[in-house]
Design a protein around this ligand. Sequence first.
Ligand code: CDP
Length: 256
Amino acid sequence: MSRKRMIYEGKAKILYEGPEPNTLIQYFKDDATAFNAEKKAILDGKGVLNNRISEFMMTRLGSVGIPNHFIKRLNMREQLIKKVEIVPLEVIVRNVAAGTMSKRLGIAEGTQLPRAIVEFCLKNDELGDPLVSEEHIAAFNWAQPHEMDEIIAMALRVNDFMSGLFAGVGIKLIDFKLEFGRYFEDETQRIILADKISPDSCRLWDLETNEKLDKDRFRRDLGGVTEAYAEVARRLGIIKESAGGAEIVDIKSGGK
Ligand code: CDP
Protein backbone atom coordinates (compact mmCIF):
# COMPACT_ATOMS: atom_id res chain seq x y z
CA MET A 1 0.00 0.00 0.00
CA SER A 2 2.80 2.39 0.88
CA ARG A 3 4.17 2.24 -2.66
CA LYS A 4 0.98 3.51 -4.26
CA ARG A 5 0.84 7.21 -4.96
CA MET A 6 -1.64 9.00 -2.74
CA ILE A 7 -3.91 11.41 -4.60
CA TYR A 8 -6.16 12.62 -1.78
CA GLU A 9 -6.83 11.99 1.90
CA GLY A 10 -10.32 12.68 3.21
CA LYS A 11 -11.93 12.23 6.59
CA ALA A 12 -12.89 8.59 6.07
CA LYS A 13 -11.06 7.56 2.90
CA ILE A 14 -7.80 7.77 0.99
CA LEU A 15 -7.56 7.77 -2.80
CA TYR A 16 -4.51 6.25 -4.50
CA GLU A 17 -3.51 6.18 -8.14
CA GLY A 18 -5.08 3.12 -9.78
CA PRO A 19 -3.38 0.37 -11.79
CA GLU A 20 -4.80 1.56 -15.12
CA PRO A 21 -5.46 5.00 -16.57
CA ASN A 22 -8.74 6.51 -15.45
CA THR A 23 -8.88 4.37 -12.30
CA LEU A 24 -8.25 5.05 -8.62
CA ILE A 25 -8.09 2.91 -5.51
CA GLN A 26 -10.44 3.98 -2.72
CA TYR A 27 -9.20 2.97 0.76
CA PHE A 28 -11.68 2.99 3.67
CA LYS A 29 -10.23 4.27 6.96
CA ASP A 30 -11.52 3.52 10.48
CA ASP A 31 -11.63 7.24 11.28
CA ALA A 32 -14.95 8.75 12.30
CA THR A 33 -15.51 12.50 12.23
CA ALA A 34 -18.53 14.68 12.89
CA PHE A 35 -19.41 18.36 13.11
CA ASN A 36 -16.93 19.27 10.38
CA ALA A 37 -14.19 17.13 11.99
CA GLU A 38 -14.46 18.82 15.41
CA LYS A 39 -15.26 15.41 16.88
CA LYS A 40 -12.94 12.54 15.97
CA ALA A 41 -12.41 8.89 16.85
CA ILE A 42 -11.02 5.67 15.43
CA LEU A 43 -13.64 2.94 15.29
CA ASP A 44 -12.01 -0.45 14.78
CA GLY A 45 -13.41 -2.25 11.75
CA LYS A 46 -15.64 0.58 10.49
CA GLY A 47 -13.63 0.89 7.26
CA VAL A 48 -13.95 -2.82 6.52
CA LEU A 49 -17.73 -2.71 7.01
CA ASN A 50 -18.15 0.46 4.95
CA ASN A 51 -16.09 -0.99 2.11
CA ARG A 52 -18.48 -3.97 1.98
CA ILE A 53 -21.68 -1.95 2.44
CA SER A 54 -20.65 0.55 -0.24
CA GLU A 55 -19.68 -2.28 -2.61
CA PHE A 56 -23.08 -3.86 -2.05
CA MET A 57 -25.01 -0.62 -2.66
CA MET A 58 -23.03 0.46 -5.71
CA THR A 59 -23.27 -3.02 -7.26
CA ARG A 60 -27.03 -3.15 -6.69
CA LEU A 61 -27.50 0.39 -8.02
CA GLY A 62 -25.41 -0.49 -11.09
CA SER A 63 -27.61 -3.53 -11.71
CA VAL A 64 -30.72 -1.33 -11.88
CA GLY A 65 -29.05 1.03 -14.34
CA ILE A 66 -27.65 3.76 -12.10
CA PRO A 67 -24.13 4.37 -13.45
CA ASN A 68 -21.50 4.64 -10.72
CA HIS A 69 -17.77 4.65 -10.20
CA PHE A 70 -17.45 1.23 -8.54
CA ILE A 71 -15.43 -1.33 -10.55
CA LYS A 72 -14.53 -4.05 -8.03
CA ARG A 73 -13.49 -4.65 -4.46
CA LEU A 74 -9.78 -5.41 -4.16
CA ASN A 75 -9.46 -6.45 -0.51
CA MET A 76 -10.88 -5.80 2.96
CA ARG A 77 -10.35 -2.05 2.77
CA GLU A 78 -9.87 -1.14 -0.87
CA GLN A 79 -11.91 -0.93 -4.01
CA LEU A 80 -11.04 -0.07 -7.59
CA ILE A 81 -13.06 2.84 -8.90
CA LYS A 82 -13.36 4.97 -12.02
CA LYS A 83 -11.59 8.30 -11.81
CA VAL A 84 -14.04 11.19 -12.04
CA GLU A 85 -14.02 14.93 -11.64
CA ILE A 86 -16.13 15.43 -8.54
CA VAL A 87 -19.02 17.89 -8.81
CA PRO A 88 -18.41 20.10 -5.73
CA LEU A 89 -21.84 19.43 -4.20
CA GLU A 90 -23.18 17.20 -1.47
CA VAL A 91 -26.56 16.03 -2.69
CA ILE A 92 -28.84 15.20 0.22
CA VAL A 93 -32.12 13.33 -0.18
CA ARG A 94 -34.56 13.36 2.72
CA ASN A 95 -37.66 11.27 3.38
CA VAL A 96 -38.10 12.08 7.07
CA ALA A 97 -37.01 15.27 8.88
CA ALA A 98 -33.80 14.91 10.91
CA GLY A 99 -30.45 16.54 11.58
CA THR A 100 -29.85 19.98 10.11
CA MET A 101 -33.26 20.11 8.44
CA SER A 102 -35.00 19.72 11.77
CA LYS A 103 -32.75 22.35 13.35
CA ARG A 104 -32.96 24.83 10.49
CA LEU A 105 -36.72 24.62 9.92
CA GLY A 106 -37.94 23.61 13.37
CA ILE A 107 -39.55 20.40 12.13
CA ALA A 108 -39.53 17.66 14.76
CA GLU A 109 -37.09 14.89 14.04
CA GLY A 110 -38.97 11.88 12.72
CA THR A 111 -41.66 13.87 10.88
CA GLN A 112 -42.49 12.14 7.59
CA LEU A 113 -41.99 14.60 4.72
CA PRO A 114 -44.81 14.99 2.16
CA ARG A 115 -42.39 14.01 -0.62
CA ALA A 116 -38.69 13.28 -1.01
CA ILE A 117 -36.73 16.53 -0.77
CA VAL A 118 -33.39 17.04 -2.51
CA GLU A 119 -30.96 19.59 -1.06
CA PHE A 120 -27.53 20.73 -2.20
CA CYS A 121 -24.59 21.80 -0.06
CA LEU A 122 -21.38 23.25 -1.40
CA LYS A 123 -18.46 20.92 -0.65
CA ASN A 124 -16.32 23.32 1.33
CA ASP A 125 -15.13 22.36 4.81
CA GLU A 126 -13.90 25.87 5.65
CA LEU A 127 -17.41 27.22 5.09
CA GLY A 128 -19.03 24.21 6.80
CA ASP A 129 -20.63 22.86 3.59
CA PRO A 130 -23.32 25.58 3.29
CA LEU A 131 -26.75 24.88 1.82
CA VAL A 132 -26.98 26.34 -1.72
CA SER A 133 -29.76 26.65 -4.29
CA GLU A 134 -29.78 25.69 -7.96
CA GLU A 135 -29.52 29.43 -8.67
CA HIS A 136 -26.16 29.55 -6.88
CA ILE A 137 -25.02 26.37 -8.60
CA ALA A 138 -25.83 27.78 -12.07
CA ALA A 139 -24.54 31.28 -11.36
CA PHE A 140 -21.20 30.10 -9.99
CA ASN A 141 -20.88 27.32 -12.55
CA TRP A 142 -20.49 24.50 -10.04
CA ALA A 143 -22.59 22.34 -12.36
CA GLN A 144 -24.43 22.89 -15.64
CA PRO A 145 -28.26 22.94 -15.55
CA HIS A 146 -28.41 19.76 -17.68
CA GLU A 147 -26.03 18.08 -15.21
CA MET A 148 -28.30 19.13 -12.34
CA ASP A 149 -31.28 17.54 -14.13
CA GLU A 150 -29.37 14.27 -14.33
CA ILE A 151 -28.14 14.53 -10.74
CA ILE A 152 -31.64 15.14 -9.35
CA ALA A 153 -33.19 12.36 -11.43
CA MET A 154 -30.46 9.93 -10.36
CA ALA A 155 -30.65 10.95 -6.69
CA LEU A 156 -34.41 10.28 -6.66
CA ARG A 157 -33.93 6.90 -8.35
CA VAL A 158 -31.28 6.01 -5.80
CA ASN A 159 -33.73 7.03 -3.06
CA ASP A 160 -36.53 4.86 -4.47
CA PHE A 161 -34.26 1.87 -4.86
CA MET A 162 -32.51 2.16 -1.50
CA SER A 163 -35.73 2.93 0.41
CA GLY A 164 -37.18 -0.35 -0.90
CA LEU A 165 -34.00 -2.30 -0.29
CA PHE A 166 -33.74 -1.12 3.32
CA ALA A 167 -37.48 -1.51 4.00
CA GLY A 168 -37.10 -5.14 2.96
CA VAL A 169 -34.64 -5.68 5.82
CA GLY A 170 -36.58 -3.73 8.43
CA ILE A 171 -34.78 -0.39 8.09
CA LYS A 172 -36.24 3.06 7.37
CA LEU A 173 -34.09 5.26 5.09
CA ILE A 174 -34.44 8.69 6.71
CA ASP A 175 -31.94 10.66 4.61
CA PHE A 176 -28.59 10.27 2.89
CA LYS A 177 -25.84 12.13 1.07
CA LEU A 178 -24.55 11.40 -2.44
CA GLU A 179 -21.73 12.78 -4.52
CA PHE A 180 -21.52 12.75 -8.29
CA GLY A 181 -18.66 13.04 -10.75
CA ARG A 182 -17.95 13.67 -14.41
CA TYR A 183 -16.55 10.59 -16.10
CA PHE A 184 -14.61 11.13 -19.30
CA GLU A 185 -14.55 8.26 -21.79
CA ASP A 186 -14.06 8.17 -25.57
CA GLU A 187 -14.27 11.95 -25.76
CA THR A 188 -17.65 11.95 -24.07
CA GLN A 189 -18.49 13.06 -20.59
CA ARG A 190 -21.28 11.83 -18.37
CA ILE A 191 -22.44 12.18 -14.80
CA ILE A 192 -22.05 9.10 -12.64
CA LEU A 193 -22.59 8.40 -8.94
CA ALA A 194 -19.29 8.51 -7.01
CA ASP A 195 -17.83 8.46 -3.48
CA LYS A 196 -19.40 5.89 -1.14
CA ILE A 197 -22.69 4.86 0.41
CA SER A 198 -22.53 3.65 4.01
CA PRO A 199 -24.07 4.30 7.44
CA ASP A 200 -21.57 7.19 7.67
CA SER A 201 -23.61 9.10 5.13
CA CYS A 202 -27.15 7.75 5.61
CA ARG A 203 -29.62 7.94 8.47
CA LEU A 204 -31.01 4.46 9.01
CA TRP A 205 -33.61 3.71 11.69
CA ASP A 206 -34.97 0.35 12.68
CA LEU A 207 -38.45 0.16 11.16
CA GLU A 208 -40.10 -1.00 14.40
CA THR A 209 -38.11 0.59 17.21
CA ASN A 210 -36.62 3.66 15.47
CA GLU A 211 -33.24 2.64 16.89
CA LYS A 212 -30.50 4.50 15.07
CA LEU A 213 -28.20 2.30 12.98
CA ASP A 214 -25.94 5.02 11.57
CA LYS A 215 -23.37 7.72 12.34
CA ASP A 216 -25.78 9.55 14.66
CA ARG A 217 -24.70 6.93 17.22
CA PHE A 218 -21.26 8.54 17.04
CA ARG A 219 -22.44 12.17 16.69
CA ARG A 220 -24.76 11.81 19.72
CA ASP A 221 -22.54 9.54 21.86
CA LEU A 222 -25.02 6.68 21.83
CA GLY A 223 -22.27 4.02 21.72
CA GLY A 224 -22.27 0.79 19.72
CA VAL A 225 -21.38 2.50 16.45
CA THR A 226 -19.49 -0.34 14.75
CA GLU A 227 -22.04 -2.82 16.13
CA ALA A 228 -24.84 -0.84 14.45
CA TYR A 229 -22.95 -0.79 11.12
CA ALA A 230 -22.40 -4.54 11.46
CA GLU A 231 -26.14 -4.97 12.09
CA VAL A 232 -26.89 -3.12 8.83
CA ALA A 233 -24.40 -5.37 7.00
CA ARG A 234 -25.89 -8.45 8.63
CA ARG A 235 -29.44 -7.52 7.63
CA LEU A 236 -28.31 -6.88 4.07
CA GLY A 237 -26.76 -10.36 4.04
CA ILE A 238 -23.21 -9.08 3.67
CA ILE A 239 -22.01 -10.59 6.93
CA LYS A 240 -23.34 -13.40 9.06
CA GLU A 241 -23.13 -13.86 12.79
CA SER A 242 -20.70 -16.46 14.07
CA ALA A 243 -19.68 -17.57 17.55
CA GLY A 244 -16.79 -15.12 17.51
CA GLY A 245 -18.93 -12.16 16.45
CA ALA A 246 -19.69 -10.80 13.01
CA GLU A 247 -18.03 -12.69 10.20
CA ILE A 248 -17.81 -11.35 6.70
CA VAL A 249 -19.14 -13.77 4.10
CA ASP A 250 -18.40 -13.55 0.42
CA ILE A 251 -20.92 -11.81 -1.74
CA LYS A 252 -20.69 -11.77 -5.50
CA SER A 253 -19.02 -8.48 -6.35
CA GLY A 254 -20.64 -8.20 -9.82
CA GLY A 255 -20.82 -4.84 -11.55
CA LYS A 256 -17.50 -5.38 -13.35
O1 CDP B 1 -25.42 15.12 9.33
P1 CDP B 1 -25.88 16.48 9.73
O2 CDP B 1 -26.97 16.52 10.76
O3 CDP B 1 -24.74 17.42 10.01
O4 CDP B 1 -26.47 17.10 8.40
P2 CDP B 1 -27.77 16.72 7.59
O5 CDP B 1 -27.84 17.77 6.54
O6 CDP B 1 -28.94 16.53 8.46
O7 CDP B 1 -27.41 15.34 6.91
C1 CDP B 1 -28.29 14.68 6.02
C2 CDP B 1 -27.71 13.35 5.65
O8 CDP B 1 -26.53 13.54 4.87
C3 CDP B 1 -27.28 12.51 6.84
O9 CDP B 1 -27.59 11.15 6.57
C4 CDP B 1 -25.80 12.71 6.94
O10 CDP B 1 -25.15 11.59 7.49
C5 CDP B 1 -25.41 12.95 5.50
N1 CDP B 1 -24.28 13.87 5.38
C6 CDP B 1 -23.02 13.40 5.03
O11 CDP B 1 -22.85 12.21 4.80
N2 CDP B 1 -21.95 14.26 4.92
C7 CDP B 1 -22.12 15.57 5.15
N3 CDP B 1 -21.06 16.37 5.03
C8 CDP B 1 -23.38 16.08 5.50
C9 CDP B 1 -24.44 15.20 5.60
